[in-house]
Design a protein around this ligand. Sequence first.
Ligand SMILES: [Zn+2]
Length: 277
Amino acid sequence: MSSNKSVTLVKNVKPFKTGWCIQVKLLHSWKQHTSYGGRSLELILADETGSKIHCSCKNDHMFRVERDLPLGVWRLITNFSLSNATGQYRPTNHAYKMSIIGDSKIKDSDFHCDDMFFSFASFEDIAMSQSFSRRRVERERGFPAFCRKCGEAAVIFTSKTLKNPGRLFHGCPNGSEEDKNHLFKWTDESAVEEIHDIKSLFDEKIGHLELQSQRCEDVIRSYDKKIEDLGDALGGLGKEMKEMKELVQGYERDVKSLKKIVVCGVGMMLVYYYFAM
Ligand SMILES: [Zn+2]
């Protein structure tokens, strides 16, 4: 499709060099702010085959990138760095993430994805009959967001064929009778996939919650045991205290008896001295 030989497909770019040239268009962008990375512009770019890559642009280059890379327009981007795409929330399946650097150049591209006459009936029939099984394997699950061939955003069309009248499908505005590789997917089938995926996710979350609650119960049980042990220890202490009290009471009794003996002895001595003198 492209006449420029030095252009590399998005799926083939790798981190060992920065001199790549890719021909892409911007599908989606957003700004974010993180404590470690500061303010940045995040972009999803797609090439003519529909391969997507996540691109990040630091605050320093944000202005020119926003100016030079408008939504949905083909551009040639040269010199950018690539790093492993990590993290829990990866916006694309690409193994690497692009970063716009000081040397990055964004140039206009003469590439056009020609809008050919779009015939719903024949396009749908061809898609159904010839490449249906192949499409089933390669397509993404759920509602498609864009055409994997040209990167165009998916549009919902209504089928007008005798076989499927009024049935909705996600299609590519660039799809045609001649070029049957553009996006085509029945919307109801996508909806079923979405529901299945949501259900699986839900089941997974529920399973996780059950596991968490099981762990909580175990912790509570271990605390119950500790409280029980503490109760036993306190019970033992109470018994010891009772014994000590009894011991003290015993001493008190002894002291009282001793007092009586002493009083008696002193009395007898006084009587003795009285009579002796
Ligand atoms: Zn397309």
